[in-house]
Write a protein that binds this ligand. Structure first.
Ligand code: 9MR
Length: 573
């Protein structure tokens, strides 16, 4: 049943300010915690959906002048076993005039602030990319670029020891190598080849797929206003580190560069434990070679600006491939004295496929084509240990040049089946998302879903993919079962206490902005000790506490698909 809306009443409300709690006469509008919505903004021409926990049946939207802009009925929703709650749908897609609005549930006197803009994501896009700059090892962050988040340099990594697990004839135990630059992996200060591979590939993908956008995107880093796009400058900061992780004597690649144990929550320059390169592995070699081959293809167009770099990438990539061929089953086994991230993986088929795809595109050699064919399998959502879809995307981006052997595998349809399945799930999901399993870093799965959908849109022009990708971003920005906007520095219900050493140690209340936190999952329920309760429902099992490394850490491989998703939506919609 609809109630009449008193425009004058809303005007008075607005004049007195609609902040977190508003009083007019004897009516109070309080900031609602039952409304889940995109807290950064809705795009004027996109679908606009908010969710509410069941109860209210009608909604009203008023504009900044206090005029009613829209009213409507709440649509019935359904129960989500992942969150343990039932949510109903508020659809205000028809509101297409840019502006700041207040969404009101008149029956409950609750409200939420909504923003509608043609381009609501520009700051988010810059910030998501700039988080990589803030996570650079071996450099200070000057206040010119970092403002209050300026800091001293840490981890020069010019003196790195060869760990006993990584010795060779030429490089005995404690042999010293130099392995500077690169990004810290996450909330810790270590650098891992496997995770860096998917991350840097995803960013290169963004550069290739949205070239013009990134030609113009200035994120105020030391390289800004130079000859290459800021995104590429950021990528090169890590790529140059990756190159140092190969042993030039045999082509093998160290799995990681790390302290023996995680360091404390201190600033980078105070975290000075010795650093080691640890064990060569097949996955590290294949990741390295895949990334550098993609790097070769991207950089060779810039030979004038970066002379010799593309060629070096390809030469080293082929050398790493040859090592992997001679050492096809070297699994990473964490040595007893090392306690940092393992990024261990028992199945290498996807890495072989991805790497062969990249090297085939780079060289056209038959030996790589043979591996593409022999390792072919249907793609899955990408993660650090599942890289099939990265090979698919690279191949599909060059579809017209592919040989019949690959085309006849049905490569395009296999990829679209993955994207179609994700879209289908999101259409029936109560939260309008494709995620069904909440793993460690679940938010990055959502971002990767969005990335796959955007790529499917680029292949087909079917707008269903776009709408579903926007829905993924809505989830990340607050339309999720926790109500948090999961990117630091953004939203109304902000994440504040991320598991990120610089953010924890810098003495500044706000975390460093632009980071996507891992998000809800049931992996390590007691990372904050026995007294911190987490929801038994996977989609709600999240706490904004620094101790919660399993839900509230940040990581480069989580931010990279966010960069892709936000840029893609900005460009494509
Ligand atoms: O993202 C990784 C997740 O898939 C694993 O389950 C988890 C435990 O092994 O490790 C995560 O990666 C962490 C890495 O090992 C060390 N740096 C921080 C990463 C994010 O938590």
């Amino acid at each position: 049943m609809e109630k009449p809306v008193n425009i004058l009443f809303f005007t008075i409300v607005l004049i007195f300010g609609l902040s977190s709690c508003k009083r007019t006469g004897n009516v109070i509008f309080k900031k609602s915690d039952r409304i889940f919505y995109n807290q950064v903004g809705y795009q004027t021409n996109a679908p606009k959906i908010a969710l509410i926990k069941t109860g209210p049946t009608e909604f009203v939207v008023i504009n900044e002048n206090g005029d009613e802009a829209m009213k409507g009925l709440v649509q019935d929703g359904s129960y989500w076993e992942q969150s343990g709650d039932t949510v109903s749908v508020i659809d205000f897609t028809n509101l297409t005039l840019p502006g700041k609005y207040t969404l009101i549930l008149p029956e409950n006197n609750e409200s939420a602030e909504i923003i509608i803009l043609d381009k609501p994501f520009m700051e988010l896009s810059k910030s998501a990319l700039k988080s990589f700059y803030y996570n650079r090892s071996g450099t200070s962050i000057d206040s010119l670029y970092g403002g209050v988040f300026s800091r001293e340099a840490g981890h020069p990594d010019t003196v790195v020891f060869v760990h006993s697990s990584a010795v060779s004839k030429e490089r005995p135990e404690n042999f010293i190598i130099s392995s500077p630059l690169g990004w810290y992996d996450a909330g810790d200060y270590n650098k891992y080849v496997v995770n860096s591979g998917i991350t840097t590939y995803t960013l290169l993908r963004a550069l290739v797929d949205f070239e013009k956008y990134f030609e113009e995107l200035n994120i105020n880093i030391p390289e800004s206003n130079g000859p290459i796009p800021d995104l590429l400058a950021e990528i090169l900061y890590n790529l140059r580190w990756v190159l140092t992780m190969q042993d030039p004597n045999d082509g093998g690649v160290y799995h990681k560069l790390t302290t023996k144990q995680f360091e404390g929550f201190v600033m980078p320059h105070l975290a000075v434990e010795p650093r080691y390169v640890v064990q060569k592995s097949t996955t590290a070699a294949l990741n390295y070679a895949a990334l550098l081959s993609m790097g070769y293809r991207t950089l060779k167009k810039r030979e004038n600006q970066l002379p010799g770099l593309a060629g070096l990438c390809l030469k080293n990539a082929e050398k790493a491939w040859d090592w992997a061929v001679k050492n096809p089953n070297v699994e990473y086994n964490q040595p007893k004295d090392i306690g940092t991230g393992a990024y261990g993986d028992k199945n290498f088929d996807d890495e072989w496929f991805w790497c062969a795809s990249e090297l085939f595109l780079a060289t056209g050699k038959k030996k790589y084509l043979d591996i593409i064919i022999s390792k072919y399998s249907t793609p899955q959502v990408p993660t650090w240990n599942q890289t099939y879809s990265l090979g698919f995307i690279s191949l599909l981006d060059n579809y017209n040049q592919l040989p019949e052997q690959i085309i006849s595998k049905n490569i395009k349809q296999d990829f679209l089946n993955l994207a179609d399945n994700l879209v289908q799930i999101s259409k029936t999901s109560p939260y309008r998302v494709s995620i069904q399993n909440f793993n460690w870093g679940s938010n990055s799965d959502v971002a990767n879903h969005g990335m796959l959908k955007l790529f499917a849109y680029k292949l087909t022009g079917n707008k269903d993919y776009l709408a579903s990708a926007i829905s993924d971003l809505d989830y990340i920005l607050g339309r999720n079962a926790t109500g948090y906007c999961f990117v630091t520095g953004f939203g109304q219900k902000k994440v504040m206490n991320i598991h990120h050493r610089p953010s924890g140690a810098d003495g500044i209340v706000d975390p460093i902005p632009g980071f996507l936190v891992g998000g809800p999952n049931l992996a390590v329920l007691k990372d904050c000790g026995p007294d911190v309760e987490r929801s038994p429902y996977p989609a709600k099992s999240f706490v904004d506490l620094e101790c919660s490394y399993s839900t509230n850490e940040i990581a480069i491989n989580w931010n990279a698909p966010l960069v892709y998703l936000v840029a893609g939506i900005d460009v494509l919609f």
